[in-house]
Design a protein around this ligand. Structure first.
Ligand code: GLN
Length: 305
């Protein structure tokens, strides 16, 4: 039996020298208030045990990790139609790039870059009566904490500085790839990004990715085993934007990062792990977070390959 606690403890001592590396995201003023030097990591096994290290009480916003849940909820409601509106290919560009979107006629490369998540949000928006509340409730159920909230200050700050994301959404609208009111969908997207959680809750929330689509916490089959395999494959190729290849090489797991400094990663059939440390590299990925996952993967020797 693997001693996951020992693995996490070793990981923490390994990444200590990196805790002040990188820069906090400053293009969203409310996120710029995060302090360097913080770290938390939690691993949730498919038999329901959670192991933690670092400051697992600390709460942070999920940011782009929300894109995984948005896609999950959209896949519950759409079949192939969704893939007419968003692709499955790695983008090789920054998460907020506009150029490729113009060249490719308003069809984003994949659901894990901003344009792709925003169009997926638009699709979901068309199918939900109360899209923000429904999403929040889903996090509450899956995380096991019915007090999970949206950080309204972050949501508001993102909305006030929405220009790039708004440009993407309007560009998609101009190509006929947007159904609802742009501003309403953006507000919904920012609220999804601003859901506030801690590492242990986050690992539990995404435990279905390691458990063939089944969330034991909420007792829901969120996706079929096949859909889960497909989603993990897309995360592997595109979850870390234009650093997906480097992450695949170093960590060897499907993963998704967010600009709050969080990353989730999955070993199917074993566990989901969540890490958080706010210092980001130039791609917008947590420096200590990637190093921690690399260290974890080396110790366990259970990457998927
Ligand atoms: N990479 C990210 O985490 C980006 C999410 C952020 N809310 C944005 O839209 O810019």
């Amino acid at each position: 039996m693997t001693d996951y606690q020992a693995v996490l403890d070793t990981t923490l001592s390994h990444i200590q020298p990196l805790l002040l590396s990188g820069k906090v995201a400053d293009y969203i003023p409310a996120l710029a208030e995060q302090k360097l030097g913080q770290f938390a990591m939690a691993l949730h096994t498919i038999d329901g045990k959670t192991y933690t290290v670092g400051d697992c009480q600390a709460r942070f916003t999920v940011q782009s990790v929300s894109k995984v849940m948005t896609l999950t909820m959209a896949l519950q409601r759409y079949e192939d139609e969704l893939w007419q509106r968003v692709g499955k290919e790695p983008s090789g560009t920054a998460f907020n790039s506009l150029t490729q979107l113009e060249f490719e006629n308003g069809i984003p490369r994949n659901p894990f870059i901003n344009a792709g998540a925003i169009v997926t949000c638009d699709a979901l928006f068309s199918r939900l009566g109360a899209p923000i509340y429904t999403m929040l409730e889903q996090y509450r159920r899956q995380s096991g904490n019915d007090k999970v909230v949206i950080n309204k200050k972050v949501a508001q700050s993102e909305f006030e500085h929405r220009f790039r994301n708004a440009a993407m959404a309007y560009l998609m609208k101009s190509f006929g790839n947007f159904t609802n009111e742009v501003e309403e969908v953006l507000w919904c997207y920012f609220n999804y990004c601003a859901i506030e959680i801690n590492c242990a809750e986050l690992a539990r929330t995404f435990s279905y990715l390691s458990n063939q689509g089944y969330c034991a916490q909420s007792q829901q089959q969120l996706l079929s085993a096949k859909q889960t395999k497909q989603l993990n494959s897309l995360l592997f190729t595109s979850g870390l934007y234009d650093a997906a290849g480097d992450f695949a090489y170093r960590v060897g797991m499907p993963g998704k990062s967010g600009v709050s400094g969080t990353i989730i990663a999955v070993v199917p059939g074993k566990f989901t792990v969540a890490v958080w440390s706010p210092g980001l590299d130039k791609f917008g990925n947590s420096v200590a977070g990637i190093a921690a996952l690399e260290c974890l993967s080396e110790q366990l020797n259970t990457a998927i390959f």
